[in-house]
Design a protein around this ligand. Sequence first.
Ligand code: SF4
Ligand code: SF4
Ligand code: SF4
Length: 304
Amino acid sequence: MSKARVATEWLMVCSGCHISLLDIHEAILDVLAKADIVRSPVLADVKEFVPADVGIITGGIRNEHNIHVAKEMRKNCKIIVALGSCACFGGTPGLANMYTNEDIFKTVYTDCMGVDNPLGREPRDDVPPLTEKVTPLSSVIDVDVIVPGCPPVPELIATGVMSLLEGKPLDLPNQSVCEPCPREKDHTKITELKRWYRSAGEELDPDRCFLEQGYVCVGPVTWGLCDARCTKVGVPCRGCHGPLNPDPEKGTDPGQDTTSFLGTLASQVPMEEVLEAMGNDPISILYQHQYPYSNLGKLKERKE
Ligand code: SF4
Ligand code: SF4
Ligand code: SF4
């Protein structure tokens, strides 16, 4: 049987998702037994696009070149996989959508501490123009499969890629991070919320739910595809595998869902304390990996 042709591309990325492809360790042998990598700019300097059965794209859309590359991949690949939360939901770079491009250029190239740029020059020539907003891959091309995570856990990548190569449906569990999380919950009301970096470690019960100990954990509204790997090693979930039941048509709002369960669990905690526990930056905590994909992010877009 001939091998499947696999192409990869990266758009607006930190490169972590592509590195995670290598973290599948020996599972790469199973992948390579069934697939030939026919194009991968991370491995070789290639400019042309070639036909492929599966195209794996990491990263979201931040500039005009990203749009061109995404469209070329769509034209050349039978199946497009959005790998990682930047590609699926806009990812952490999507938090930039709280600001205009003018604000961002001014902050980065003029106002930022340590920048010495008296003429206020900005690198706008000979680089691809920025899009107005950061958006997920699905905003410019049809996407067939999403594999979220920042980066996706290697087991998920290996399962996802092998399912595609074997022509099997990718059956992902419909569960939040709380399900695999072993921390004990006794459904008590929260009477106090604390900032993680200030007090973690002081009085932390290693076995009890973070939320019930007063630390914001967004596990209840996050797609549990990672086997709760952060909470198992003592760190609250920050939502990197994206919203539970993502639905681009109906929209999704993990921040609103978190606010609603915090409202129930922590009804006795003053609002100032809730905001302080989130560093007075609730959007960065509640929408850390999916702001452009969320109803709140889209609402802001519509208002502008
Ligand atoms: S999803 Fe995370 S690891 Fe992947 S490219 Fe985006 S920021 Fe990097
Ligand atoms: S809220 Fe966080 S710590 Fe608590 S059970 Fe859910 S994932 Fe675990
Ligand atoms: S526990 Fe949360 S932040 Fe950690 S890997 Fe899983 S989804 Fe991502």
